[in-house]
Design a protein around this ligand. Structure first.
Ligand code: HEM
Length: 519
């Protein structure tokens, strides 16, 4: 009996020592080892601080810049940059262009060299996506989070939904949502010919509505209710992510966690029921195949039939995840693009006039059509420049899972790579002295001329994993802006405060109060 007790006690002690050792290794020895390897190769950054790394300083800087309810000088690129990405901007100034940032005990090496960036984007099997925060997992997994063969399969199955020809079929949905918003604006200006309005919530509703219509088409009414829930989920997830992440916290029965679980169950149930109904309709030859869900299901069925193998397609749960992802990835990113465009065109009235002149030359007061959109050169230049200065996604990340070389550097397994989109887009070494100025002319001969074929401009990512929805987003943004320019002119209201802030995407912290004038 004594021997058994002794063995048990020794085993327990061994387990405790082993766990303690693992813990010490994870939060101290390993980070220090990685730090040494990186610093020996000339990469600089703050010294690693136990557990939190740079998180406290990052969070303090972010909260400080967010709490200043001041008007950022829209013409001062340095002020904008240090307000939106205070920590990365400070790190670049202090430690150089390729700097280390500690995300807790993980070092993230930020890379600003275009050749290295190109390699990282191209070698998708070596540089994969880091593990998602469990709160983000609730709103967006799907293809965005997958790697390797699973990603390739999903990308292949979703690609048909984004072909130019399929997008053309979605244009009526863009128009419908747009005319609903503009109808409201026309009512508001009907008495005086002008009105003051915070356009930000209107644009958010518009892009949410567009994605519900284009994703679920005939099941739009059910889709929109589901997307309302996903929107609530995103807000809760953002709140949760802004507090310090404690592993396992997500599973405690707090009020927020319980609500998030309930939403998750409800969204999955409702998307599943939409899919089930659609599959039944497709079996008997009914149903609308022009929406994303229809196209996705059709390409899934074809793939399974062609290979006579179910594993070549997606499971229903995977289709549900992709539907949720389309909403999250395609909603506020696009409203962000449109709203920053309206802001910059309010500041640069000469560009607003040039864009309107072009729209009126192409369409007059007739309906906007896809063929005409291809002739909107000035509008396209403006969108590219807005995406350069106010990219909805500010940084991309990848992980290094095994020791690897990149350029002449040896990158150890266990680090992350950060690609700081906004810092790169504002960099004078890469873009010239006017890098921080709004100048759509730089795109007058397209993106490759402006970037001299370097990978220094990637608002939609780059390489095989480039945003699948970029044509969708640009088409939608062009239709919306052309419709607005045909009917209204706009300028800042005196109450407008320029305060770009980063909450998952780049958004205006205090809304966007503009004065609309009916033309
Ligand atoms: C202005 C609007 C948009 C911006 C700025 C944007 C930006 C991005 C970026 C930067 C990535 C690459 C992420 C990475 O490499 O880690 C991405 C991926 C993705 N985006 Fe977008 N996006 C926009 C609109 C959309 C729309 C409208 C949809 C769908 C309706 C969409 C769906 C996706 C998906 C599914 C991926 C994952 C692609 C993959 O991993 O293969 N996005 N987006």
């Amino acid at each position: 009996m004594d021997a058994l007790t002794n063995t048990l006690a020794i085993s327990c002690a061994l387990v405790v020592v082993l766990c303690a050792w693992k813990m010490v290794n994870m939060v101290w020895l390993r980070p220090k080892k990685l730090e040494k390897i990186l610093k020996n190769q000339g990469f600089n950054g703050n010294n690693y601080k136990l557990l939190f790394g740079d998180m406290k300083e990052m969070s303090m800087m972010f909260q400080h810049s967010k709490s200043k309810s001041k008007n950022i000088n829209i013409d001062d690129g340095d002020e904008v940059l240090s307000h939106v990405v205070p920590f990365p901007n400070h790190s670049k100034q202090k430690h150089g262009r390729n700097y280390i940032q500690w995300i807790g005990w993980k070092p993230r090496l930020h890379i600003m060299d275009p050749h290295l960036i190109k390699d990282i984007f191209t070698k998708i099997y070596e540089f994969q996506k880091p593990k998602l925060n469990p709160f983000v997992k609730l709103i967006a997994t799907g293809m965005l989070a997958y790697d390797g063969d699973k990603w390739a399969k999903h990308r292949k199955l979703l690609n048909p939904a984004f072909h130019v020809e399929k997008l053309k079929n979605m244009v009526p949905a863009f128009h419908l949502s747009c005319s609903e918003m503009l109808g409201k604006w026309e009512k508001l200006v009907s008495t005086n010919g002008s009105c003051e309005l915070d356009v930000w919530p209107h644009l958010q509703t518009l892009t949410g509505d567009v994605i519900s219509r284009t994703a679920f088409g005939s099941s739009y009414e059910e889709g929109i209710k589901t997307f309302e829930l996903i929107k609530e989920q995103s807000v809760l997830a953002m709140e949760a992510m802004q507090s310090l992440y404690i592993p396992g916290f997500r599973y405690l029965p707090t009020k927020r966690n319980r609500r998030m679980n309930a939403i998750d169950r409800e969204v999955n149930r409702s998307v599943r029921s939409i899919i089930d109904n659609r599959l039944k309709a497709m079996k008997v030859g009914e149903g609308n195949y022009h929406d994303m869900l229809g196209i996705m299901l059709e390409s899934n069925i074809k793939e399974i039939e062609q290979h006579q193998n179910k594993t070549c397609g997606m499971t229903i749960n995977e289709v549900i995840e992709e539907c949720k992802l389309l909403y999250v990835a395609g909603h506020e990113t696009t409203s962000s693009l449109i709203v920053w465009t309206m802001i910059l065109l309010s500041r640069h009235q000469e560009w607003q006039s040039r864009a309107r002149e072009e729209v009126l030359n192409v369409f007059g007061d007739k309906d906007i059509n896809v063929d005409g959109l291809n002739h909107l050169k000035v509008v396209t230049m403006i969108f590219y420049e807005v995406l350069r200065l106010y990219p909805p996604v500010l940084e991309l990340s990848r992980k290094v899972d095994k020791d690897i070389t990149l350029g002449g550097f040896s990158l150890p397994s266990g680090i992350e790579i950060g690609l700081p989109i906004m810092l790169i887009h504002y960099d004078e070494q890469l873009w010239g002295n006017d890098a921080k100025k709004f100048n759509p002319c730089r795109f007058s001969e397209g993106i490759s001329k402006a970037t001299k074929n370097q990978v220094i401009y990637f608002p939609f990512g780059w390489g095989p994993r480039i945003c699948i929805g970029q044509n969708f987003a640009l088409l939608e943004a062009k239709i919306v802006l052309a419709n607005i320019l045909q009917r209204f002119s706009f300028e800042f209201s005196p109450s407008y405060m320029h305060a770009p802030t980063h909450v998952l995407i780049l958004q205006p912290q205090f809304g966007v109060h503009l004065i609309l004038h009916k033309l």
